[in-house]
Structures are given as C-alpha cells and as structure tokens.
Design a protein. Structure first.
Length: 255
C-alpha cells in the first residue's frame, strides 16, 4: 500500500514539473516570436476582423484592417497599428452618427438593416514604407444603394510618420503634372465622360487625396461620382515614377 502511495506521489510531482516546463517553453516561444521572424525587405501584416450586430442601430458591421506584428522600431509599429485601428473605428462611428432614429423611418425602411464594411488592399509593404487602401461601404436602411468610398494611408516606417497629401502635392508643378497625366489616362477610355473626367481631375489637392505609393508607381483612386457615374465604381490610375519623377519615393521618405 505504501508503495502504491509513493508511486502516485511521484507521478503527481512529475506531472506538475512537466506542466511548469511546458508553460515556461510556451512563454519563451512567445517572447522569441519577433526574433524568429526572418529579416526581410518586407513587413509582415496580420488581419484583424470585427464582425458584430449592433441592435440599437440595426447595424451589421464587417470590418477588416491590418496590423503589423513586428518592426524593429517599436514606436513605428505602435503608430502603424494605432492609425489602422483608428480609421476603422472612426469611420464606423461617423456612419453610426448618421443613422436616423427608428421613428423617423417609414414602415418599409424600419424592416431593413443598416450595413457597414471595410476591406483593404496592401499596396506596398516594403521595409521602409507601408501603403494601405481601405475600401469602405455603408448602406443606410431605405437608401437606393450603398455608398462606396476609399481611404488611403501611407506611412513612413523609418520616421513613424503618416505621409499626407500635401507632402506630395504642395508642389503645384507636380500637382499639375499628376492632374494632366491622370486626365489623359482616363480619357483613353472611349466610354469615359470627358466633362466628368475634366472636372474630377482639376489640379486641386482634394481631387488627389486618395493616393498610394506603390513600389514602382503612384496610384490615384477616384471615388464613385468623381470622374464618372456611380456605375463605374472606384476608378484607379497608376502613374509610373519614371513618368512622374523617378526620385519621388526617396524624396518623400527623405524629406
């Protein structure tokens, strides 16, 4: 009997020791995650998803946004992640403020739900520059169709700074060049509406606020109704740096 008790005691002590060892190994593994990521000229992003139904607003939410899991400059990583989450949350909150109270809707609209979604494209994930395009859709119950628009975010990871539209287009000569080139590209489409295109590509900073710095080109995204009817959707034009200014990425990053 004593032998059996001793054996049980030994097994219990061993299992506790092994559990502690496994926990320690898991801690070491998590702590060394960053070190295990091989050095690369690109950054590693993971997707964060928010799916929820807000009963009080009759709102169905489906949001995806990127997060950076490692970067050698900790402040830049925190800044990137904060900006990505902020724009996802803030855009949703702004739409929620527009949703009218139930009593203001007609009977048909009361039976419908509101919808809000964000998806994104990674345009550039180089070691020094992240460029993200958010594609936003919001639908208010009773509307003829949803509203679609874009948000572009370009981040200088070395400096931990958001690259703003005026960083590119404060130079009026450069703005005019982008305006001329995008207009020419759009008018190559025989189905384009020239009046709409000319109006939406005037050399004004607000017309080119949606820009992405790709590895080899500047990409301009026009929201629906800017250079064509709603049925055209969002329209994108890629202008190679060779056409524009071969030094553009370095000039912006080294400003």
């Amino acid at each position: 009997m004593k032998y059996i008790l001793c054996l049980i005691l030994l097994i219990f002590v061993y299992s506790c020791t092994e559990t502690k060892r496994q926990a320690k190994n898991e801690t070491v593994s998590m702590d060394s995650l960053a070190a295990s990521i091989p050095k690369s000229d690109t950054i590693t992003l993971i997707n964060k998803e928010i799916k929820e139904y807000l009963e009080a607003k009759r709102l169905e939410v489906d949001i995806n946004y990127p997060q950076l899991i490692y970067y050698p400059i900790k402040e830049s990583m925190q800044m990137f992640n904060s900006i990505m989450k902020y724009h996802a949350d803030n855009t949703k909150n702004l739409f929620m403020m527009e949703i009218p109270p139930l009593e203001e809707l007609d009977d048909e609209a009361r039976e419908l739900k509101n919808e809000f979604s964000i998806d994104y494209q990674v345009i550039n994930n180089s070691e020094s520059l992240a460029s993200i395009l958010y594609e936003v859709m919001q639908y208010g119950a009773g509307a003829a169709h949803g509203l679609y628009y874009n948000i572009t975010l370009n981040i200088d990871l070395h400096r931990g700074e958001l690259i703003e539209d005026y960083d590119l287009f404060a130079d009026t000569l450069f703005l005019t060049k982008v305006s001329d080139l995008t207009r020419k590209e759009l008018l190559k489409n025989p189905e384009s509406d020239s009046a709409w295109v000319v109006s939406g590509t005037q050399p004004l900073i607000e017309n080119f606020r949606n820009f992405n710095l790709a590895k080899d080109s500047l990409i301009i995204t026009f929201d629906p109704y800017q250079v064509g009817p709603f049925s055209d959707g969002s329209v994108r034009v890629a202008l190679s740096y060779k056409k524009l200014d071969a030094t553009l990425p370095n000039r912006i990053l080294n400003k």
